[in-house]
Design a protein around this ligand. Structure first.
Ligand code: GLY
Ligand code: MN
Ligand code: MN
Length: 431
């Protein structure tokens, strides 16, 4: 693995948090993700299921975690099943976890090969009452492909129709929303690598470079630091491309006088950062670009001050929209008449600011968490206002990642250049 080994204590604690939410006499069974096929004999890069990673730290395919805390048989209380390796796998794919290594990584005493699953599964099903199974319940997920977990749910219901089946997802959403100190350290590490790469790009960027060359600079700095891109395609959008929210072609030339919107994140030890900065390709913002930029920055700063325990995500979104509305009027983009006559279902500001200002962040970029739960210490969010003026070919978004503390926030990206002057200074110092 490319990241510093995670202490098994993190996963032991995470399993304890899960156990505290289970009904008596319950079994939990979670499967890893599939290796997804492409064409011919090709496969996509393996991405572990975030829940099984959270509970075990195992990044290997075909892994199963079985928890049965009330089992009368102590060795069945926590069982990890792994794909058994052999000479052929060793030759073609390299090293897989041994039982000893898995035990050290996860803190689980009973590590078995997959061939032992059927017998133990049968035993625990004949003893337990409730079975918690894992479904993807992110509200915005579009699921067309049946996952390993989904196939297993079908199988369970067919073979054991009279058990009480329970949803694991709400519990995972609840516990994963509050990050432990260790998790916050990992997120900070992801943010620090993002910082290094952003500074590298500030020194690199000039008129004439391609957007994908900027992407390559990020890739270089991320990989040399034992990380990679976060789980979304980087957005490197110059000029009018910045008004396309999910622009990922990154194939245009960065032109003199244009802005470049950069939305990139690091994936480090499966924890994600999510940064957006908007910088001038030639090293100097024009008056108009600076005005739009600073309007967005004021909204962001006000927002970060407002984020604290007890606030709801809905009221924070509303607060952001009200501040944004004022700025849009001051920028001459909206009139008071536009606001008075607006359709309440599509308020006028939405022409220029049409997305949410925050999302949970963690093992997933748009991390799991209940959007109706008020903010609590340990939650991690993005804060990302944006102003997109298609008619002027200007798009500005700024995005930092913050942890909720007892009194407000800790900004994990406080070291990443944000003020106009600082960005211009770094860009021009190296010219
Ligand atoms: N880049 C995805 C997001 O900012 O939410
Ligand atoms: Mn984001
Ligand atoms: Mn982003």
């Amino acid at each position: 693995m490319r990241y510093q080994k995670i202490d098994s204590q993190l996963f032991i604690e995470n399993r304890k948090r899960l156990r505290n939410h289970l009904k008596p006499n319950s079994v939990v069974i979670i499967h890893s993700n599939d290796i997804m096929p492409t064409n011919s004999d090709g496969t996509m890069k393996f991405k572990q299921n975030s829940d099984i990673f959270y509970l075990t730290g195992v990044e290997q395919e075909e892994t199963i975690l079985l928890l049965y805390p009330d089992s009368k048989e102590p060795k069945n209380r926590e069982v990890l099943f792994l794909r058994e390796t052999n000479e052929t796998i060793m030759t073609w794919e390299g090293k897989k976890l041994t039982k000893e290594e898995a035990k050290e990584l996860t803190g689980i005493e009973n590590v078995c090969w997959l061939s032992e699953f059927e017998k133990i599964f049968r035993t625990v099903m004949c003893e337990c009452e409730n079975v918690y199974l894992n479904t993807n319940e992110h509200k915005r997920a579009v699921i067309e492909v049946e996952t390993r977990n989904a196939r297993f749910i079908k199988r369970c219901k067919e073979e054991y129709p009279l058990h009480n089946y329970m949803r694991l997802a709400p519990i995972m959403h609840k516990i994963r929303a509050i990050k432990s100190k260790y998790e916050i350290e990992l997120l900070q590490k992801a943010c620090d690598i993002t910082d290094l790469a952003f500074r590298r790009v500030l020194r690199f960027l000039k008129p004439g470079v391609m957007e994908y060359e900027v992407e390559a600079e990020f890739a270089h700095e991320f990989i040399r630091n034992g990380a990679g891109f976060a789980d979304y395609s980087p957005i490197i959008a110059s000029g009018p491309n910045a008004c396309v929210l999910h622009y990922i072609e990154n194939d245009k030339i960065c032109k003199d006088g244009d802005l470049l919107l950069i939305d990139v994140g690091v994936g480090y030890a499966n924890y994600n950062s999510d940064l957006t900065r908007t910088v001038p390709v030639n090293g100097r913002y024009t008056k108009r670009q600076k005005d739009v930029y600073n309007a967005c920055l004021r909204v962001m700063k006000a927002q970060m001050k407002e984020m604290k325990p007890g606030k709801s995500i809905q009221e924070l979104q509303k607060y952001c929209e009200q501040n944004m509305e004022k700025e849009l009027v001051d920028l001459g983009l909206l009139t008071m008449d536009d606001i008075r006559n607006q359709d309440p279902n599509w308020p006028a500001f939405k022409k220029y600011f049409m997305h949410n200002v925050s999302h949970f962040l963690g093992l997933d970029v748009h991390d799991v968490g209940d959007v109706y739960r008020t903010l609590e210490p340990g939650m991690v969010f993005s804060c990302e206002p944006g102003i997109y003026i298609r008619e002027e070919g200007i798009g500005v978004r700024l995005e930092n990642d913050v942890v909720i503390t007892d009194t407000g926030i800790d900004d994990l990206m406080k070291n990443i250049p944000l003020e106009v002057e600082e960005i211009e200074d770094i860009m021009n110092y190296s010219r």
